[in-house]
Design a protein around this ligand. Structure first.
Ligand SMILES: O=C(O)C[C@H]1NC(=O)NC1=O
Length: 242
């Protein structure tokens, strides 16, 4: 089976972090194809970034047909519904996947994301995916996405934020709110003595199981059918379905 893991920002170093996390849980019979978005923001930290990240991630899906699953490796799960219209295999976002894995691990989980301004979007996704009862709090560690890799204090700052979130919320697990944190999940879990869920690993695990079950999508009708044929002009020329 082949699982396509897409970093919707253009930071190739972050794609490498994502690829390592994805391959750490991949089944022996699963090939992980890690892709960096061909166009868009260097990182996604606002609604504006999120909107401008979608064309690139949709192009990445178009450029990688016939895979058995697609993972949108950005905690805002940008373009998830649009991706489901054009992919013929299951598509997950890492926020969605992480919440599904965290929920059975106790009575409640907390989310620790990057900037304060992304807390609202994370809360929208908690509501949208139906985890309002289990999500006990959403916190920011105040490290910008691209500084996660460059700030030498990232691990200590994030560990402190996760420990404080766990105790303040009375949670049983932590969800990491950025794909760029994927390489720190095990270290932080050991340090705080609680499960810490990275959505990249969670998503690869879920998609691999779905592929092993033979679950395909690409329904010819319904909300996630292929988009109607039309012209897309300007920089979006070449998008669309013929
Ligand atoms: O929303 C965030 O802060 C995290 C999100 N941004 C990004 O470029 N990759 C992510 O996972």
């Amino acid at each position: 089976m082949r699982i396509c893991v897409i970093n919707p920002n253009t930071a190739t170093a972050m794609t490498e972090v994502i690829a390592v996390a994805a391959r750490s849980v991949a089944r022996p019979d699963a090939e992980i194809v890690a892709v960096t978005s061909p166009m868009g923001p260097a990182s996604i930290e606002s609604h504006y970034d999120e909107a401008l990240a979608v064309p690139g991630l949709l192009r990445a899906i178009d450029d990688h047909p016939d895979h058995d699953g697609y993972l949108i490796a950005c905690f805002g799960d940008p373009g998830l519904d649009a991706a489901r219209e054009i992919a013929v295999a299951p598509v997950l976002g890492i926020a969605e996947a992480a919440m599904h894995v965290a929920a059975p691990l106790g009575r409640g989980f907390s989310i620790v994301t990057t900037l304060d301004r992304t807390i609202g979007r994370a809360g929208d996704l908690v509501e949208h995916y139906g985890f309002a009862r289990q999500c006990r709090g959403i916190h920011a560690c105040d490290i910008p996405v691209l500084e996660l890799e460059t700030n030498p204090a990232t691990a200590d700052i994030l560990e402190k934020a996760c420990r404080e979130a766990l105790h303040a919320d009375g949670s049983d697990a932590i969800v990491l709110g950025c794909a760029g944190m994927a390489d720190l999940a095990h270290r932080i879990s050991d340090a705080i003595g609680a499960p810490v869920i990275d959505g990249v690993a969670a998503g690869v695990g879920m998609l691999s199981s779905m592929a092993a079950m033979g679950l395909r999508t690409g329904t010819a009708s319904g909300e996630f059918a292929s988009p109607p044929t039309k012209i897309y002009s300007g920089p979006l020329e070449g998008f669309g379905r013929t």
